[in-house]
Ligand binder design. Structure first.
Ligand code: GAR
Length: 193
């Protein structure tokens, strides 16, 4: 694994676009003694992300970038990450696709959480797809990010049973609950490799 922790915590940036419930669980996790990460930055493409409020609560610097001009936004983000000596990026409900160039700059150091059992249902509307296909299980996956969307090496997955009366909303809720436990587990797993 590229991440070398030594005795110090891995300086981490979390990228969000919306509610930020995974960010919240990562922040809580980062405060535990056993956590190998310290969250130094929150990055968002959306100034209205509710998750940005956690920056205030936990006193963590927040940066909002306009992805309408993605190349220059990414350039600025890379500078900020370098300045803050960030070694790990956790995508947590970040709904923009990072460029190949950006990913190469952080090769093996970007993680993503996705609400399906990859390689099934890459992209959006995963819960609708799982229900429509009458799958018995769905779930969530934490994986390394490579240049193909939702295709990097899988670190860990959690299965969630789909009940007959589940709707995309009820399934999303059950899976999100598992996501909050899975992301910290994935980080513990890669930091001990
Ligand atoms: C989570 O379910 C996450 O897996 C999903 O967005 C939600 C964000 O929730 N991510 C993707 O779909 C990425 N393709 P949160 O903002 O409450 O953490």
């Amino acid at each position: 694994m590229v991440l070398s922790t030594g005795s110090k915590k891995i300086k981490t940036a979390v990228f969000i676009s919306g509610t930020g419930s995974n960010l919240k669980s990562l922040l809580k996790f980062s405060k535990l003694k056993k956590s190998p990460i310290s969250i130094e930055m929150i990055v968002s493409n959306n100034p209205k992300s509710k998750g940005l409020n956690f920056g205030k609560i936990y006193k963590i610097r927040k940066k909002i970038f306009n992805f309408k001009k993605q190349a220059s936004a990414e350039k600025e983000i890379l500078l900020k990450l370098e300045k803050n000596k960030i070694n790990l990026i956790c995508l947590a409900g970040f709904m923009k696709i990072l460029s190949k160039n950006f990913i190469l700059n952080f090769k093996g150091q970007i993680l993503n959480i996705h609400p399906s059992l990859l390689p099934k249902y890459k992209g959006l509307n995963t819960h609708e797809k799982a229900i429509r296909n009458k799958d018995e299980y769905s779930g969530c996956t934490v994986h390394f990010v490579n240049s193909k969307v939702d295709s990097g090496k899988i670190i860990i997955q959690k299965k969630v049973k789909i009940k007959k009366d589940d709707t995309p909303k009820s399934l999303a809720k059950k899976i999100l609950y598992q996501e909050h436990k899975l992301y910290p587990k994935a980080i513990l797993k890669i930091s001990s490799l």
